[in-house]
Structure formats: structure tokens, C-alpha cells
Design a protein around this ligand. Structure first.
Ligand SMILES: NC(=O)C1=CN([C@@H]2O[C@H](COP(=O)(O)OP(=O)(O)OC[C@H]3O[C@@H](n4cnc5c(N)ncnc54)[C@H](O)[C@@H]3O)[C@@H](O)[C@H]2O)C=CC1
Ligand SMILES: O=C(O)[C@H]1O[C@H](OP(=O)(O)OP(=O)(O)OC[C@H]2O[C@@H](n3ccc(=O)[nH]c3=O)[C@H](O)[C@@H]2O)[C@H](O)[C@@H](O)[C@@H]1O
Length: 430
């Protein structure tokens, strides 16, 4: 099929590359010239495992452009532009979605299908549908559930696909089935519903995951006050199949370009609908989450006292491993707060130094753990990269005089670090 993908960021670039790999003819469109230049040269503009391979061996079916008119050659158009938090508020800024649709309208042909993938407030599709239908095209809302760091495999083999279609629009269902034929052949569940339900499925899923993380972080707060161990607690309740162990890792909490802004946008939308109290719990989810970042900072202060003239090594900057994304990263925020308290902060990350430096130039950056911990008084592990989990405590002890390690992701072997002479502090761990 001939496909356009409008917005080639973390979601769109991966989607475009995977659609081409699945055999479709794809044009990726972005207004960012540098991004398009890199993608056209076969280079990924951000770190995502598996993406460079897909871009480096283009099957001749994948091209990129800054010109929305190039979408005219396609009959299926994915909208994958950003929906960030509005400046100074909590609602989602859908102006990029509106602008993408406005730009696309003159290039639509009768029978085309526009497929919304961006995460939007419920009701957005209903608002856009009339404009798209006036051009003789149809609108499907097809939310995306991929995780950064696993974006390629999640696109190829998602847990499910959801199509939100206008009533009776069997034609669009058939078109999307053809687009996703390779995934559907694997037996992946496919849910066909209306626009509003599809929009809600996405935001409900992210809200549930955020709630699960904040639940375990609330347990971490209780564990800290009672001498209990939240990791053992998570293991124990996680054995109950109704609860499950995934997304029960306590620590400095969730960040990234989506989950935090999505739960805030959902609350803002509920308030517009006169239903603020239905989602009031999401405010608690947010507050618990943000408190855990401060808890990591407080642990450093408990161990070191005032931070002026202290040096702190922060291991990890990305909001999660296997990503260079520092949007609303708990790791980067902790580094900045420590710096604001007077400490000299030297941070390292296998992939996120460049992105972090752009938003936090006040931090010192070092390549590699050995350079980062040199001269430090304390070490904070803020992103659970495998290379940090694999550190040998006795070896680290030879690189630095620091004897305090704060495990912001509860990802280290506490006993091993203690045996090497470190004061180990986890979040919610005894
Ligand atoms: N990043 C992720 O893992 C996931 C993101 N989402 C959702 O997907 C959407 C996109 O997210 P990201 O890719 O992370 O954002 P991003 O900020 O990385 O990418 C958005 C891209 O859209 C481009 N853009 C904006 N307006 C445009 C226009 N009118 N025409 C052409 N290009 C335009 C920007 O230049 C940028 O490259 C958001 O709604 C997000 O919530 C959903 C699932 C996963
Ligand atoms: O809408 C989106 O953009 C995406 O948001 C999340 O994906 P992502 O943000 O890439 O990463 P996750 O693996 O969900 O992690 C999010 C944050 O939660 C934190 N987390 C995760 C799990 C856990 O147990 N504890 C925890 O603190 C991670 O460190 C990270 O900061 C969802 O998992 C995806 O399904 C969704 O498509």
C-alpha cells in the first residue's frame, strides 16, 4: 500500500520504517529539516534499538520529505505528530494535530484513509472527522502503545491493535487490515470500536500503568517508615496472577514524553466534561510520582549533609534504559536538583548525554562510569542501564573514594555493595 506518515519523531520515524519493512511504499513527512535530512541519509535522529538497521537497508520503499504535498501519492495517511502539555497548563496541545490535518486536506483524494495515532483528548477524532469526510476521505483512530527502547518490536508485534472507526465504516477496517497484515498474521488481537473508545483505550492504558507504578511507590513510602522492603513486597504480590509483577518496580518513578503529560491531559479533559472527581486519583498518582524524585535527593542529603562543595556522580540521564529520551526524565531532574542545592554533579549515560546537555548545560557530563565517579562523594543510580546493574562494587571502590550509593531504581545487589564497603540506600528498601 502507499502510506504517508506525518510527524517523524520517536513514534513516526519507527512507524514509517516498520511499514516500509512490512512491504509498503512509505513517505515520512516532518517539518523539521534536520530530522528529514538525517532520516533521508539512513540515520536515526534518536537512539532506538533496531531502527538504524531498518533505515540503513532501505528497501527502496522508504523516503522522507518536509513537503506535505508529497503525501498526495499515498492513500493511507498516519498522523503521528506530538501532543505535548500546553505551555503553562496541563491539557494536551492538539494544535500540531490540527495543523497536520489542515496541511493534509488539500492533498487528500476521495477514498483515502487518515489514521490518527497521536495520543489525543477524547473527542478529538469526532471533531476532525467532518473535515476529513468533506474531502471524501475517512478517519480511523488507531492509538499506539509502543514503548521507547522496544519501539521496533512493539510495532511489529503489538499486544493488540485498536481501530476506532465511524459507524459502519467496514471499508477502513479492510484498509487497516491490509496495512497490518503481517502483524495480524501472527494472531495479534484486533479490536474494532468507535472513535471515542479508541481514544480512551490509549489514555486509559497509560493511566493504569502510571497508577500501578505510583501504587508500588506509595508502598515504598510506607516501607521506608516501617523498615519493610518494597522489592520483596512487589515480588510477593506480583506472584498473584491477578496483580502481576510487571510495572511494580519502585524507585524514582515514571517520566518520559508521554506518561506524565498523558495523565495530566486526561484529568484536564475530565474536568472539561464536568467529571474532575472521576479522575481525581490521577492527581495523587502524579504527586506520589514526583515525590519519589525528591526522596532520592533527600537520601543524598541524609548521607552527605549540606551539598555545597560536594561532588555527586549521577549514573543515568534517560527516563528509561535503551533510550536517549530525557523528556521529563526523573534522572535528569534529580541531577538538576542536586546541582541547584550547590553540589557539583557529574553525570553519565550510555546514550543520553547529548540530549541531556541540550536541556541541562549546568551539569558536568562524563563518558563512562569511571570518569563520572572520579572524585565523587556519593553515587546515584538513576536509570537502570544493564551496564550500571553489572557494575562490580569492589572495582568501583577502586575508582572513587565515594562510599555512598543511592539506588534510585532498586536495581543493584544491596548486599554486594555493602560487602564492598558502600552505604547502600534504595528507595523503599530495608
Ligand atoms: N514516543 C512514544 O513512545 C509514543 C508516543 N505516542 C504519542 O505519539 C505522538 C508523537 O509522540 P513522539 O513521536 O514521542 O513526539 P516527537 O516530538 O518525538 O515527534 C513529533 C514530530 O512531529 C513533527 N511535527 C509536528 N507538527 C508537524 C506537522 N504539522 N507536519 C509535520 N511534522 C510535524 C515534529 O517536528 C516532530 O518530529 C504523541 O501524541 C505521543 O503521545 C504514542 C505512543 C508511544
Ligand atoms: O504513550 C506512550 O508514549 C507509551 O508510554 C509508555 O511507554 P514508555 O514511556 O516508552 O516507557 P515505559 O516502559 O512504560 O516506562 C515509563 C516510565 O515508567 C518507569 N517505570 C516503569 C516500570 C516500573 O515498574 N517502574 C517505573 O518507574 C520507567 O522508568 C519510565 O520512566 C507505555 O508503556 C507505552 O505503552 C505507551 O505507548
Amino acid at each position: 500500500m502507499r502510506i504517508s506518515v506525518i510527524g517523524c519523531g520517536y513514534l513516526g520515524a519507527v512507524h514509517a520504517a516498520c511499514m516500509a519493512d512490512a512491504g509498503h511504499e512509505v513517505v515520512g513527512i516532518d517539518r523539521d529539516e534536520e530530522k528529514v535530512r538525517m532520516l533521508s541519509a539512513g540515520r536515526a535522529p534518536f537512539f532506538e534499538p533496531g531502527l538504524p538497521e531498518l533505515l540503513a537497508h532501505p528497501p527502496g520503499r522508504l523516503r522522507f520529505s518536509t513537503d506535505i504535498a508529497d503525501a498526495a501519492s499515498a492513500s493511507v495517511h498516519f498522523i503521528t505528530v506530538g501532543t505535548p502539555q500546553v505551555a503553562g497548563g496541563t491539557a494536551a496541545d492538539v494544535s500540531f494535530v490540527d495543523a497536520a490535518v489542515d496541511g493534509l486536506l488539500p492533498h487528500l483524494s476521495a477514498g483515502d484513509v487518515v489514521v490518527g495515532k497521536s495520543t489525543v483528548p477524547v473527542g478529538t477524532a469526532g471533531r476532525l472527522a467532518a473535515r476529513i469526510e468533506s474531502a471524501g476521505a475517512r478517519l480511523v483512530w488507531n492509538p499506539e502503545f509502543l514503548r521507547e527502547g522496544r519501539a521496533v518490536s512493539d510495532t511489529v508485534a503489538p499486544d493488540r491493535v485498536v481501530y476506532g472507526v465511524a459507524e459502519g465504516d467496514e471499508t477502513s477496517v479492510g484498509v487497516l487490515d491490509a496495512v497490518y497484515a503481517r502483524s495480524l498474521e501472527r494472531g495479534i488481537p484486533r479490536i474494532v470500536t468507535d472513535h471515542a473508545t479508541a481514544e480512551l483505550v490509549k489514555i486509559a492504558a497509560n493511566s493504569f500503568l502510571a497508577t500501578k507504578i505510583s501504587f508500588i511507590n506509595a508502598m515504598a513510602e510506607i516501607a521506608e517508615a516501617t523498615g519493610a522492603d518494597v522489592t520483596t513486597l512487589a515480588d510477593a504480590i506480583g506472584h498473584d496472577a491477578r496483580i502481576g509483577r510487571r510495572f511494580l518496580n519502585a524507585g524514582i518513578g515514571f517520566g518520559g514524553g508521554c506518561m506524565p503529560k498523558d495523565i495530566r491531559a486526561f484529568q484536564a479533559r475530565a474536568a472539561e466534561l464536568g467529571l474532575a472527581s472521576s479522575l481525581a486519583f490521577l492527581d495523587e498518582v502524579d504527586q506520589i510520582n514526583l515525590r519519589r524524585r525528591q526522596r532520592a535527593v533527600d537520601l543524598v542529603r541524609e548521607e552527605l549533609g549540606p551539598l555545597e562543595r560536594r561532588r555527586i556522580a549521577v549514573l543515568g540521564l534517560a527516563f528509561k534504559p535503551d533510550s536517549d529520551d530525557v523528556r521529563d526524565s526523573p534522572a535528569l531532574e534529580i541531577a538538576c536538583r542536586l546541582r541547584a542545592l550547590g553540589a557539583t554533579v557529574t553525570a553519565t549515560d550510555p546514550e543520553a548525554i547529548t540530549t541531556a546537555r541540550r536541556s541541562a548545560p549546568e551539569i558536568e557530563y562524563a563518558v563512562g562510569v569511571r570518569a563520572a565517579v572520579h572524585g565523587a562523594d556519593a553515587i546515584v543510580v538513576a536509570t537502570e542501564w544493564p551496564q550500571f546493574r553489572a557494575l562490580v562494587p569492589a572495582e568501583v571502590a577502586r575508582w572513587t573514594a565515594a562510599r555512598v550509593i543511592i539506588d534510585g531504581r532498586n536495581c543493584l545487589d544491596a548486599e554486594a555493595w555493602r560487602a564492598a564497603g558502600f552505604r547502600y540506600r534504595g528507595l523503599g528498601r530495608s
